[in-house]
Ligand binder design. Structure first.
Ligand code: DLL
Length: 433
């Protein structure tokens, strides 16, 4: 099923005509209202009407997270506060949070894109959506919520946390769609099992998971444990929130970017050069329809590549591959680039460990030490120390073979690594302290 057949399956030539018109209107808007963008145009000696083609966009400078911080809280807004009806902010684990605003029309477009996303992820009007993304400044909860209402599905605004109660609601209300971060989903599965509730007896058909990187192996784990089809949803508050891109449940192979609202580019993060389709780099977005918080060439730090091939679902919009990590999440361990998701893939393929892990990085005598803490499952918990040592050695060997990096592996008891109710904290880098 496709929610907006006209836009989602539009021939690319028509799409590009619309993109250019919307891009030009967006540039006029930011130039007229946001001093930051006026300054950027001035620096390159251009005005918005110099942008005559989609390729010309590449001549404009990037916008970075730091630019948004420098304009904290509202200086990037392109609409008067009279017209701003909602404010969200990123969690801002490092430095100042970034603040974003929405007009009533922005909220409506976001709800439309989320309705499209939910349908792509398998939902329809008759579904009951158990929405365990956090409600609040985080865009996950309210983003899904408005999309579900727009679609006409029933939404349970349960938010994150109070996990036992969530399981009771799942049993009693019979939701058919689960929306949550993948890490919280695993926690839900664990608590359900402690409460003697089996997902085989629940009614879930589809799960729409995102807001953090998760590997294909994690997808398999979730699909098996929860007895549903798991699709990946992507978004970021600076660009809108969830619903910038989503996998279709038919193919589950790359996330369709809603290109009538956003232009995506992939760049070489070192040089800023735009890369051809199929090459991996940093994702950059330009919004085409936003009023309160338009954004031009925003560097997301997320790593992916773009795929223009037609999809079996009929959507014509470009697909991005699953985000493998962020340029700023990449750990450099004694010169080797390591993404947490790569370690995750290795761990998920080992039966004796649970999908709960944390990476701790230290520096001793100028040497980086990567410690992988991972929970063993109940069944081997009582095994002989010798057998656990064999398992440790196997994990060290598998990581070394896959990633070329030596690690210390610490097997920890079941349920000792902190569970997340939102985004999981996978890395503790003590070198930065
Ligand atoms: O995480 C929006 C969202 C909510 C997306 C619910 C999907 C579902 P922020 O809090 O601003 O917004 O964080 C955005 O999270 O730049 C990525 O690094 C990461 N991220 C989001 N979705 C995915 C995904 C929301 N599917 C940042 N895979 C982004 C990998 C993701 N990383």
């Amino acid at each position: 099923m496709i929610y907006d057949i006209d836009f989602e399956t539009m021939p690319r030539e028509t799409l590009e005509v619309i993109q250019l018109k919307r891009l030009q209107a967006t540039l006029e808007r930011v130039y007229a209202t946001v001093p930051f963008y006026q300054q950027k145009f001035k620096e390159i000696g251009k005005i918005p009407s110099d942008i005559k083609s989609l390729e010309d966009l590449q001549s404009l400078p990037f916008t970075t997270k730091q630019d948004l911080r420098d304009n904290y809280p509202f200086n990037m807004f392109a609409a008067p506060m009279d017209n701003v009806v909602r404010i969200h902010a990123s969690s801002g684990t490092t430095g100042q949070p970034t603040v974003v605003g929405y007009t009533a029309r922005d909220i409506n477009s976001w709800a439309e894109l989320m309705a499209r996303s939910l349908v792509a992820g398998g939902a329809s009007r008759g579904d009951i959506i158990h929405n365990a993304y956090g409600y609040g400044l985080f865009t996950g909860g309210l983003g899904v919520h408005y999309g579900a209402e727009k679609l006409g599905a029933s939404v349970i605004p349960v938010s994150g946390g109070n996990t036992n109660r969530q399981i009771i609601i799942m049993k009693d209300f019979g939701p058919t769609i689960l929306t949550a971060t993948p890490s919280y989903t695993l926690h839900l599965a664990e608590v359900a099992s402690e409460m003697g509730v089996s997902f085989q007896d629940l009614k879930f058909k589809f799960g729409i998971f995102g807001a953090e990187p998760w590997s294909e192996s994690m997808r398999n784990e979730i699909e098996n444990k929860l007895n549903l089809t798991a699709v990946d949803i992507y978004g970021l508050s600076e660009v809108m929130g969830p619903g910038v891109a989503i996998e279709c449940h038919e193919a589950k192979k790359g996330l369709h970017i809603f290109e009538d609202h956003f232009i995506a580019e992939v760049i070489n993060p070192e040089t800023g050069e735009v890369l051809p389709y199929g090459e991996t780099g940093e994702l950059v977005f330009t919004s085409l329809m936003k009023e309160a918080f338009p954004i031009i060439r925003y560097r997301t730090r997320d790593i992916t590549c773009l795929n223009p091939e037609p999809c079996i679902c009929g959507r014509t919009h470009l697909r991005m591959t699953k985000v493998s990590g962020r340029t700023d999440d990449m750990l450099i361990i004694r010169g080797v680039n390591v993404f947490p998701s790569q370690i995750e893939s290795v761990l998920m393929d080992i039966d004796e460990v649970e999908p709960h892990y944390q990476l701790v990085v230290d520096r001793e005598n100028n040497l980086d030490i990567l410690t992988v803490k991972v929970e063993i499952n109940e069944s081997i918990f009582s095994d002989e120390v010798k057998e656990l040592q064999v398992l440790e050695k196997k994990i060290i060997k598998d990581i070394k073979e896959y990633l070329g990096v030596s690690t210390i592996v610490k097997l920890v008891e079941p349920k000792t690594i902190a569970r997340s109710e939102g985004k999981a904290v996978r890395v503790i880098d003590n070198r930065k302290l």
